[in-house]
Design a binder for this molecule. Structure first.
Ligand code: PMP
Length: 301
């Protein structure tokens, strides 16, 4: 796979070994840029519009001009998956401020740099989807929305990386961060849901989490399936005493959490509602996407 992987960079497809960025790119020097993580399931790109809306909104927020129209960017993502002959793929779109001088002023930068990478991905080992995750809550706080909005999916992921380092130190695959008031915000790269007495809880936007596209899909499922939805702030205590806990994200999909800070959730096994919602999510991703390969001709059609 590695040898024949094609990456879109500076307006063309290049081999992975040749996909190099200047050390003067402000994405590298300052984390100045935005990105998206997108997924294709069996030749269907899941919710590409929503991902690209978030990308363009993040870019607008930091006054970064993406040098492609929305529709052209959609095609670029599809083309990168096709170029790598993938049906199931994780796609990373990165838009950095581009090459400038050593000063942080973005005025010195030329055109934004657009990179698209498509590859196969499994975030957590497969068995963790059956056993569920053990996680911890960490001291690192989510950056405050009034300082750097978590809605901007920027290349500045240090906040999340510090959370990951704390998870590593605790020897667990993921961790939860609180906001400045101590309310649960999200994981390092995923949103959190609780199930309690058949109601589904997730922190509202103002608590300060990325507005996850998977989170949105789960809220839609919850509505379709008649769950009571409660988008309200909650604390670690609520997590400890929840009937079920799960995390959602493009890479993670839906994954059960069975232990938090040493407190066992749902007897230590993924719960029935989590399993049911996961099944509904799988149905959604199988049917709700942008087909990127020509359909095979129907027999007799
Ligand atoms: N929170 C953070 C900090 C993330 O990086 C991600 C992954 N993009 C998510 C939540 C989940 O968002 P989505 O479902 O759109 O992938």
């Amino acid at each position: 796979m590695e040898d024949d992987q094609w990456i879109f960079l500076s307006g063309e497809f290049v081999r992975k070994e040749e996909a190099k960025i200047s050390v003067y790119d402000h994405g590298f020097l300052y984390g100045d840029g935005v990105f998206e993580g997108i997924r294709a399931y069996d030749g269907n790109i899941y919710r590409l519009n929503e991902h690209l809306v978030r990308l363009y909104e993040s870019a607008k927020s930091i006054m970064l001009d993406i040098p492609y129209e929305f529709e052209a960017m959609k095609e670029l993502v599809a083309e990168t998956v096709r170029k790598n002959s993938l049906r199931d793929a994780y796609v990373r779109v990165v838009v950095s401020r581009g090459v400038g001088n050593l000063g942080l002023d973005p005025k010195s930068c030329g055109m934004a740099q657009v990179v698209v990478i498509a590859e196969e991905l499994a975030l957590f080992p497969k068995e963790l989807y059956e056993t569920g995750l053990e996680i911890v809550s960490v001291a690192t706080r989510r950056n405050r929305p009034d300082v750097l909005s978590p809605k901007v999916k920027s290349l500045n992921y240090l906040n999340n990386i510090l959370v990951k380092i704390e998870a590593n130190l605790a020897n667990v695959p993921e961790a939860l961060m609180m906001n400045n008031e101590g309310y649960v915000a999200e994981g390092s790269g995923d949103n959190i849901f609780l199930v309690k007495n058949k109601a589904l809880y997730t922190p509202p936007g103002y608590v300060g989490a990325l507005e996850g596209i998977t989170r949105e899909a789960i809220l839609e499922i919850a509505e379709e399936e008649g769950y009571t939805i409660k988008e309200e702030p909650f604390t670690r205590h609520d997590v400890y005493v929840a009937d079920e806990v799960f995390l959602t994200g493009t890479a993670a999909e839906v994954i059960a959490v069975v232990k938090v800070d040493g407190r066992v959730i749902n007897d230590g096994a993924p719960g029935v509602e989590t399993e049911y919602i996961t099944k509904c999510f799988r149905n959604k991703v199988a049917t709700d996407g942008m087909q990127i390969y020509a359909q095979e001709a129907e027999i007799g059609g």
